[in-house]
Write a new protein. Structure first.
Length: 175
């Protein structure tokens, strides 16, 4: 069974672009208007040889209509079952929104990413309640930080790789 890696954050921070950059092709539709992704888009890939489902979710914020609310609920459902959360913000933008803080509180070990670092207008940290937290800088456009993000995903999912020749169970039955 693949690891479930959920990519979450506010609308228009580049979640879909980031997923496309990780897998190396245009899986998700990307547009500069918030709300393009309304449903979860799942793509199966391998990271460091491990099977991974990357789940690109709708932007989470206070909903303005029923469709956006449904997308947000679906995103929250995927977050509840995630093996790893990648919490995306826009580089240089202060993410003090209630939803961002709530996701971080529910997933304190989330891999935090500052996307669009090629457009940065401020430092590489996000202010949350007066605290600054370091982030992994990425740019889906230039490719900056994508290799480090992939390494970070692999390390978070499998912090201790099995020894060469060691059995690796992939199902509950095998374990």
């Amino acid at each position: 069974m693949p690891w479930r890696v959920v990519v979450a954050g506010a609308p228009n921070v580049g979640k879909s672009s980031l997923v496309n950059a990780i897998v190396g092709y245009q899986r998700s539709i990307v547009y500069d208007r918030p709300g393009t992704t309304r449903d979860a888009v799942v793509v199966e890939t391998a990271i460091d040889g491990w099977p991974v489902q990357l789940i690109d979710t709708a932007g989470i914020r206070a909903a303005t209509d029923a469709i956006e609310a449904a997308g947000g609920e679906r995103a929250r459902s995927h977050l509840a079952h995630a093996d790893l959360v990648i919490l995306v913000a826009e580089a240089g933008r202060n993410e003090s929104e209630e939803e961002y803080v709530k996701i971080l509180a529910e997933h304190p070990h989330a891999l935090r990413v500052a996307n669009k670092c090629d457009l940065r207008r401020g430092p590489g940290a996000i202010g949350l309640g007066g605290q600054q937290a370091p982030l992994l800088d990425t740019s889906s456009v230039t490719g900056e930080g994508i290799a480090s993000l992939i390494e970070g995903i692999a390390w978070r999912l499998v912090p201790e790789a099995p020894l060469v020749g060691e059995a690796v169970p992939f199902t509950e039955r095998q374990a």
